[in-house]
Structure formats: C-alpha cells, structure tokens
Design a protein around this ligand. Structure first.
Ligand code: ARG
Length: 397
C-alpha cells in the first residue's frame, strides 16, 4: 500500500515541527516539508536537517525574497499598507505567497493534501485556507494544531516527549518574521500593560546617540535608491532595517483586532517598513491633489483590510490596485529623513511633479495668492452650515 503525501508549510518553529510528527503519526502521511524563504531572521540553513530528523521524507527550500518584494511588498508600499494605521502587514503579505508555493508543490509532487501549522485563533489560518482554496479547491487542507485544539503548553510537552528541539525564544513567544517585519505575540506580552523586554528586539537598538540622515529616492511610487545610490528594493529594505533599527526606530506595540474577533496585543519590529511608508506618504502629499489623496486614503485602508483579513485572492484587491497604480505615476522624487533616538521625521521632500508652489504658500512679499478672492470663498464655503445653525442646530443642542 502506498502512503499518501502531504506538503507542509514548515518554518522550523514549535507549531510546524510538532505538525511533522502529528501528520505522520495520526494521519499516516508521508510529509514533505516546504520552507519559503521571505527573509526570515531565524536560522534557516539547518531546516532541511531538522525536518528530516523529525521524519519528513523530503524537504524543499524556495528562495522567494525577490518575488516577495516584487509581487507583495511593492503593492503594499504603494498602498501605504498599514492595518489599523499601525501594522505593516509583514506576516499577512507573506502568507498568500507561501500558500501559493504549497499549491504548486502539491501539484508537482502529486499530493492531494497540504498542511499548515496555524492555530484556530489567528488570522494566518484564514490567509492559508482562502488562498489555497482559491488556487485549487480540490486540495485537502489539514491544520493539526487547529484540528486538535492544541495549546502551546501541550505542544511544548509533546515536543519534549518527542525530542523536538525548540529555541528559547520560541518557548517564550510566538514569533513570525520576514524582512518586511517581525511579529512577536504571546507569553508575557499577553498582559496588555506589561512592557516588552528590551532583549526581545533584533533590529531595533535602544541606545544610539548620533542623528542619521537618509534620503530615499522614489519612482512610480517605489523606492529605487538610497543616499544617491540606485539599488533594488530587497537591498534597500535590508539596509534600512539595519540603519533605521540601529537608531531605535521600528517598534510597534498595539492592540489589534483579529479577523476571528479576538483582540490581541502585538509587538512588531519593522524599521524599513516604517521609514518607507512614512516617506512614501509624504511624497504622495506633495504630488497628489487633495481630492486624489483623500480618496486614496480610503482605498489604502480597504486594501490593507483585504490583505489583513486573508482575502489576497479577492478580485477587489486587483481593482483597487488599478487605481493605486494610476495614482503612483507622479510619485517620483526624493524624501529626506532624520532618524534619532527612536524618532523618525521627514525633514525634506522634492519632486519634479510637485504641486506645492512656494509662491502661493508664502506669507512674504512676492506672493501670487490674491487674498481678496478668499473673502467671497469663505462666505460660500460655509453657506449651508451657517443657515443650518440659524434655523435649527443652535436652538436644539
Ligand atoms: N497579528 C499579526 C497578523 O495577523 C502577526 C501574526 C504573527 N504570527 C505568528 N505566528 N506569530 O498578521
């Protein structure tokens, strides 16, 4: 009798390591582990050895760093992708990419089943499930941690019994990382009032002294150079993670609404994402009209919500991106940032398409702005509000 195969998305962490054993033991499947490299900062070189020693029949490694930059991070930069105004979506963007590789490999290997190590409490399960089903509705999805309602305690106990090596950090927290950001949840962070320990951070250093100036150059809404040197996006992000993080910038600590209704306390480290989104937004304000910018903020918000909530495959995302792309034709120029002791500030911006006109804005002599026009304008602008107040609002507070 031949044993069926399963392709497991494998990171080498607690959840997915435990899954290798469960899939073998309980589901009686040959496990092929797949690691998709999106620039995670954990040890990734020994994963093959680890997977095989756990009992996987084969391990596949895919370097997806470039693809992640081109097809996932780039649209997110253009959309100023932040969930609830804070979270740069690092995990949310990587999941549909990993899921698509799972489906490809299942087809190559003739496997009827794919598996992931997500719990039933988070967003990641939705991102995997929806993407996999959109790409191939016939694949069976197994999620052992969710299916068995496992808690981290039970997993840790099982890992110990089965001699599965787990790092110290993984014992304390649930961590997910790629080069767009690092997410840490659980453990002592579940107390929403407890400050995260300083040694939790990998990129962000909390003791710099000298201010650093950076200049990011944009074209069509994407970074194309740093400090006068042209570079690809992957290099720009890596360099920014180091420089910006070394100045203490990049930590996000917030309460987040998960899709499944739970509020969770999240700690993120995303120095490059913060610097890029901050400067990108600033440049947009220089070149877009007020009307374009206000409308785009709504589109950006909707885009981030679709991505966060696992609907990468939703057709509306592509529709929104058509608008976003069109808006980015003018997003070209340079933004200068000052980064010092945990703060980041745009200190200058310029663009060949700037619609900021000094001659209109100036309060000094030489202004081309005719103040006489403003008198009539302000009267008309407030017309309805003034009438409404006179007949109703002021009488019925
Ligand atoms: N809350 C974030 C999100 O939903 C981060 C999830 C991180 N995943 C993890 N296994 N620690 O995207």
């Amino acid at each position: 009798m031949t044993i069926d195969k399963v392709i497991l998305a494998y990171s080498g962490g607690l959840d997915t390591s435990v899954c290798v054993r469960y899939l073998q033991k309980l589901h009686n499947l040959d496990v092929i582990t797949l690691t998709v490299d999106c620039g995670q900062d954990e040890e990734i070189t020994n994963l093959e050895r680890k997977a095989i020693s756990l009992g996987a029949v084969k391990h596949i490694h895919i370097d997806a760093k470039e693809e992640f930059a081109t097809n996932y991070i780039s649209p997110s930069i253009r959309a100023n992708g932040l969930y609830q105004g804070k979270y740069p979506l690092a995990t949310a963007l990587a999941r549909p990419l990993i899921a698509s590789k799972l489906v490809d490999l299942a087809h190559q290997e003739g496997a009827k089943t794919v598996a992931h190590g997500c719990t039933g409490k988070g967003n990641d399960q939705i991102r995997f499930d929806v993407t996999i089903r959109s790409l191939d509705p016939n694949l069976k999805i197994v999620a052992p941690i969710r299916d068995m309602n496992l808690t981290r305690d039970i997993e840790l106990k099982f890992a110990k019994e089965e001699n599965i090596p787990i790092t110290l950090d993984a014992k304390k927290f649930s961590i997910d990382s790629n080069y767009w950001g690092r997410a840490v949840e659980g453990g002592s962070l579940e107390d929403s009032y407890a400050e995260p320990p300083d040694d939790l951070f990998h990129f962000v250093k909390l003791n710099d002294t000298v201010p650093v100036y950076l200049e990011i150059e944009y074209e069509k809404g994407l970074p194309i150079g740093l400090n006068e040197t042209k570079m690809n996006l992957v290099s720009i992000i890596h360099i920014l993670n180091n420089i910006v993080g070394s100045s203490g910038v990049g930590i996000i600590d917030h309460i987040e609404d998960r899709v499944v209704g739970v509020k969770s306390r999240e700690i993120y480290e995303a120095p490059a994402a913060i610097a890029i989104i901050e400067s990108h937004k600033d440049l947009e304000k220089l070149v877009l009209t007020n009307h374009q910018y206000r409308f785009k903020q709504m589109v950006d918000e909707q885009w981030a919500w679709l991505v966060y909530s696992g609907l990468w495959q939703e057709p509306l995302r592509k529709d929104l991106e058509k608008f976003i792309e069109s808006s980015q034709r003018k997003v070209k120029g340079k933004v200068r940032l000052r980064i010092h002791r945990g703060s980041i500030r745009v200190v200058g911006r310029e663009s060949p398409y700037s619609i900021y006109k000094e001659s209109l804005a100036t309060y000094d002599a030489g202004s081309t702005f005719d103040q006489n026009l403003a008198k009539g304008f302000s009267e008309l602008w407030g017309l309805q509000s003034i009438i409404a107040n006179s007949i109703f609002e002021s009488k019925y507070q």
